[in-house]
Design a protein around this ligand. Structure first.
Ligand SMILES: *Cc1c(COP(=O)(O)O)cnc(C)c1O
Length: 353
């Protein structure tokens, strides 16, 4: 009898995309940025004073929060930083989703939300997307324990215009509404402009996609100082030193170089628009992505077959076995050279079907 087994917290973990090793592979499966981090990041890393590692890092990560406050025109007490936005969102679920009412997020979305809800035993509801993959704001009106959705949504890439984001906020003033803006830099305006009017809004962003720093693990939330204080109280009750010193210093360097950031984002958006044309010609359909990936379905060829055939050629895209998603592929936008290699292989694979 192993009675202790009955008291284990059972969870079905989130399954991240593969991180294959090897040379000459084209990695388009986890929405990383194909370009290197800003030159200031590389310089700061080379000049990094390792003596600083003897000491605990600043628990408030002030160099980083200051740089972010300056960049976004906010006060430092409106910003919370964490170890990737996954850490920030998990902390925010723990902090804000404590009513008995179910929280709400889309049925097709970032699959981690469901995992956190289960982990923290938060009830949840998942309204379906519309036929065209858009979120219907009317599904998010009132009487919830809280709301979270990505904008643009994942894995669809569909962006929700700000007036609809505001519609959701207007109809949910009694619960915290989180907008996960992991891909916002590739899309339209951010919900940041709504912070002044909605004290219950938390906007969450990450350095992993648009800022080329998935490896450093930096995410942040922006919102009313009372929300940020509540987040910090939970964080300090859990682990005060979540963010390491190199991440704080290098993250701040990344934020300071606005020109480099904007240049890379522009390049990726241009490659995305070019990819849409090629993929349509190859017989794929897809919602109009405003992110750094495209969620494609082929008119004839099955997604799993394409996925395997690409993998044999060392090209990795993301395939979800989930019902409803299992005839589509999520393709991250790489450099134009990487995308050309993808198109070439796709052309060959599809001809054989
Ligand atoms: C990538 C992603 C995140 C997590 O990013 P971090 O690397 O943990 O900062 C969060 N939400 C969505 C929708 C994402 O795609």
């Amino acid at each position: 009898m192993r009675l202790w087994e009955n008291t284990i917290r059972r969870v079905t973990p989130y399954v991240p995309g593969e991180q294959p090793k090897g040379e000459n592979l084209v990695k388009l499966n986890t929405n990383e940025n194909p370009y290197p981090p800003a030159p200031g990041v590389i310089k700061a890393l080379k000049e990094f004073n390792t003596d600083g590692l003897r000491k605990y890092p600043d628990p408030a990560a002030s160099v980083l929060t200051e740089a972010l406050a300056e960049y976004y025109g906010l006060k430092e007490d409106q910003i919370f930083v964490g170890v990737g936005s996954d850490d920030v969102i998990a902390m925010a679920f723990m902090t804000f989703f404590n009513s008995q009412k179910p929280i709400r997020f889309p049925e097709v979305t970032y699959s981690f939300y469901k995992v956190w809800a289960e982990l923290f035993k938060i009830p949840y509801e998942t309204p379906a997307l519309r036929e065209d993959f858009t979120i219907d704001p009317a599904d998010y009106h009132g009487n919830t324990g809280g709301i979270i959705f990505p904008n643009p949504n994942a894995p669809t890439g569909v962006y929700m215009p700000l007036d609809q984001v505001e519609e959701i906020l207007r109809n949910n003033q009694d619960a915290v509404v989180m907008v996960d803006e992991a891909y916002i830099d590739f899309a339209g305006p951010s919900a940041l402009s709504l912070l002044d009017r909605y004290e219950n809004l938390l906007v969450i962003q990450t350095f992993s996609k648009s800022r080329s720093l998935a490896g450093l693990r930096i995410g942040f939330a922006m919102g009313h100082p009372d929300l940020i204080r509540a987040l910090n109280d939970v964080k300090y009750s859990y682990n005060s030193y979540t963010m390491n010193l190199p991440s704080q210093i290098l993250g701040a360097e990344a934020v300071k170089d606005r020109a480099y950031f904007e240049k890379r984002v522009k390049q990726i958006v241009a490659s995305r628009e070019r990819a849409k044309k090629r993929l349509a010609k190859l017989g794929f359909t897809f919602p109009d992505s405003q992110a750094n990936f495209i969620f494609v379905t082929h008119r004839k060829a099955g997604a799993e077959g394409i996925f395997q055939a690409l993998k044999e050629k060392q090209i990795y895209v993301r395939y979800f076995k989930t019902p409803g998603l299992n005839n589509s592929l999520r393709i991250t936008i790489g450099t134009d050279e990487e995308m050309d290699r993808l198109f070439e292989e796709l052309e060959r694979i599809i001809k054989e079907v």
